[in-house]
Design a protein around this ligand. Structure first.
Ligand code: SAM
Length: 446
């Protein structure tokens, strides 16, 4: 390469240059200008001394001229006009492809550096955010594979956005990670509960919904104090209790169905969890006062029946087996009673979904939950939409759309807080990456 300092009046813009001629107002021009201001003139303009034409770097030259440069270092070539034109295109065409995974990781690393302007990469922040959104897959894989970096995932498990996309590979990987622990949360629930009651599709759609262990892991990490105890008035399967035990939290789950409570204990035993702080109680949760005093727990976390979407038993005390008004009354009462068991300056989280009545109108179970929680001093603090896999939804599209009913493929995760929000930063420490915590622990030991 031959670098030579040439007066700018000898550098002629090639009139045939097929690249869009940027104007100072153009976004790309501003990025280039910013990059040259930040990093200097590091990539030489290509100049053909035979014709006097600039072959590559027209926009860079524009920026330098605007900066008042009178002479510029250029890489000199000596080409016939046709070769010059071919090189001009090649310089713009042959740019190689991104290795997307590495690009995503690099952009995530750069944008995680505080006070550094990541748009100096030439990607604007919106582009970077979109690209990073895909990064989690990489980070998560790193997290699962020993030696992985995983900045965001290490700290938060998944990105702290108001949508949990459970269809993502990294989510499914994490779920499998928990299932591989041996969690069998569907055990203890009758087969074919799903939709049977409402849609008579039971012969087409088999199986029962199980609660997602990744949601438990996230909720306990983000909204519970270290080692904090959890009250769950609609325990259902073993998953919320077992994830609590494995992540070092106490858990008390109440469920009306004996067979459910029995199989939860069996599942915990199978996994080898013997902890006094993991309890399931078989009773009507209206009797929660019998089991725990007020303000003894650190969190309420539950997932009630979505009214009669799944009917769990023919027990008249089962809120999924009640007339709607009685469901409303009992569900609210159970939530209010259970919420009182939680200390001040603590969170509560409820996974719920609105469900349609026989006419197709939605029953506002999310609104009902918010109203009941507010009555017990818990105010609505975060809303998260849980995107489910489409699963049986695809079956229902055609039928549903005859009545113009879109198919619901999400659930709602409602997070509430009781107390003085200014206490949150005091009670809930900064979420640190696991290895950061380890380092600190080691330092303490030294
Ligand atoms: C399984 S969970 C709900 C799960 C959630 N809707 C889902 O789709 O994953 C609901 C549980 O609430 C229990 N339940 C219903 N009424 C109850 C009551 N009054 N007291 C305690 N548990 C009750 C049922 O036995 C059932 O196991």
């Amino acid at each position: 390469m031959q670098i030579k300092k040439v007066p700018v009046n000898m550098l002629h813009m090639a009139i045939y240059n097929p690249r869009k001629d940027l104007q100072p107002a153009d976004k790309e021009y501003k990025k280039l200008k910013k990059s040259i201001e930040q990093f200097g003139y590091v990539e030489p303009i290509i100049w053909n001394e035979q014709t006097g034409n600039v072959v590559g770097g027209h926009q860079r030259l524009k920026v330098l001229l605007a900066q008042g440069e009178t002479e510029v270092d250029v890489s000199v070539v000596n080409l016939e006009p046709v070769e010059e034109k071919a090189l001009n295109i090649a310089l713009n065409k042959i740019s190689g492809e991104w290795d997307n995974e590495k690009l995503e990781q690099l952009l995530a690393d750069i944008s995680a550096v505080e006070d550094f302007d990541a748009s100096l990469t030439g990607f604007d922040m919106e582009e970077i955010e979109n690209i990073i959104a895909d990064t989690e897959a990489v980070y998560f894989r790193d997290k699962l594979e020993p030696g992985g970096s995983g900045i965001l995932v290490n700290s938060f498990v998944v990105p702290p956005f108001s949508v949990f996309d459970t269809r993502q590979g990294y989510w499914q990987d994490r779920k499998r990670y928990w299932i591989d622990y041996g969690i069998k949360s569907e055990v203890g629930r009758e087969e074919n509960l799903v939709f049977a009651k409402n849609l008579n599709l039971s012969d087409k759609v088999k199986g029962t919904s199980i609660f997602d262990p990744v949601i438990c892991e996230i909720i306990y990490k983000w909204f519970n104090v270290d080692g904090g105890s959890i009250i769950d008035p609609f325990a259902g399967g073993s998953v919320r209790g077992i994830v609590a035990a494995i992540t070092g939290h106490g858990y008390m789950g109440i469920d009306l169905r004996e067979e459910q409570v029995k199989s939860n204990f069996e599942n915990a035993q199978e996994i080898g969890i013997e902890s006094d702080s993991l309890k399931w109680i078989c009773d009507n949760s209206l009797n929660v006062d019998k089991y725990v005093e007020d303000k003894q727990c650190d969190m309420l976390f539950t997932c009630p029946p979505y009214y009669d979407l799944e009917v769990y038993s023919d027990n008249p005390e089962d809120i999924s087996n009640m007339e709607y008004q009685e469901f409303v009354k009992t569900y609210s009462e159970i939530l209010i009673k259970s919420a009182k068991k939680v200390k001040d300056n603590r969170f509560a989280a409820v996974v719920i979904s609105d469900v349609r009545d026989k006419k197709g109108f939605y029953r506002d179970l999310t609104g009902l939950t918010k109203a009941a929680m507010e009555k017990s001093g818990f105010y609505f603090y975060n809303e998260i939409v849980i995107l489910n896999t489409v699963g049986s939804g695809a079956w229902r599209c055609r039928g549903n759309m005859r009545n113009r009913k879109v198919v619901r493929i999400h659930q709602n995760l409602l997070v509430f807080y009781k107390g003085d929000p200014r206490e949150i930063q005091i009670v809930f420490p900064e979420l640190k990456a696991e290895d950061e915590k380890m380092e600190e622990a080691e330092e303490c030991q030294l």
